[in-house]
Write a protein that binds this ligand. Structure first.
Ligand SMILES: Nc1ncnc2c1ncn2[C@@H]1O[C@H](COP(=O)(O)OP(=O)(O)OP(=O)(O)O)[C@@H](O)[C@H]1O
Length: 249
């Protein structure tokens, strides 16, 4: 696994279809190494499109603008992407889904790899479902399995699209903390609709605003994530909500 690295998007524009209005315009974002960057914004403003672009999965759209890495190397092959849909393969057990990255790379899934997958399943409280098929799981269980699969990939950049949205409050809190621990040395981009989650986990935060949307940073807090609720975090949450409300108006 290579070290985490920073990524910069500069003055990007995105449109679906040659003649369509752009979804994103003058979008500039910096994702720092070893930090969590949270992206917020109203539904449909283009957050997932940005993750798909970074993951190399945006073939159906027109993108203009630079994406730079601080080491000058391409992004391809260095990204783990946890999409909004969990994309678990229905014919594979949960454990095989967690280890599927090795199969896709044509590498054998050794006993050591299976044990590592099992340990991650234990950490997300899914060890008892290791042999279950995805269709027998609840939405929250599927999300936990997908999270274990993302962690298993051990890539320097991790993109997560609302990874905790289907979880109950206690499980969400637990998995936020666990993910934060396990992804400490990565460049993490988290899309979330939850201001509390963003404030708890984000080293830096951006709100997508306008139509076409661009990203505006929020002031960083001096405390380190994962944060507890205190007057500063409460105030920042309030500020996020105000920005989101203004954008809906
Ligand atoms: N493949 C596509 N073809 C045409 N339009 C698309 C396509 N994918 C997304 N869009 C449009 O682009 C816009 C941005 O979509 P995107 O999924 O990036 O938004 P989002 O901010 O992630 O939304 P949400 O918060 O609801 O997940 C939306 O208007 C959506 O309808």
């Amino acid at each position: 696994m290579t070290d985490a690295f920073a990524i910069k998007i500069q003055h990007a524009r995105l449109a679906y279809g040659h003649t369509s209005e752009p979804v994103l315009q003058d979008l500039s974002l910096t994702f720092r190494a070893n930090q969590w960057t949270c992206l917020l914004g109203r539904s449909g403003c283009g957050k997932t499109s940005v993750l798909r672009k970074l993951a190399g999965l945006l073939e159906d759209a027109h993108w203009r603008g630079d994406i730079l890495t601080c080491d000058g190397q391409p992004l391809a092959g260095r990204i783990a992407y946890m999409a909004q849909q969990d994309l678990l393969l229905p014919w594979l057990s949960v454990l095989d889904n967690v280890c599927v990255g090795y199969r896709l790379k044509g590498q054998p899934v050794t006993e050591a790899i299976r044990q590592q997958g099992l340990r991650l399943l234990e950490q997300v409280d899914m060890a008892d479902k290791a042999q279950a098929l995805p269709q027998t799981l609840s939405g929250g269980m599927r999300q936990r399995a997908a999270l274990a699969r993302t962690l298993m990939q051990d890539q320097p950049v991790v993109l997560m699209d609302e990874p905790f949205s289907a979880l109950d409050a206690v499980t969400r809190h637990k998995l936020q903390t666990l993910s934060f621990e396990l992804l400490k040395n990565k460049t993490v981009v988290l899309v979330t609709h939850d201001p509390q989650e963003a404030v708890r986990l984000g080293h830096q935060l951006y709100v997508f605003e306008g139509n076409p949307a661009s990203a505006r940073p929020l002031p960083a807090l001096s405390s380190q994530p994962p944060r507890r609720l205190d007057p500063d975090t409460a105030q920042l949450q309030e500020q996020i909500l105000e920005r989101l409300e203004d954008d809906h108006a």
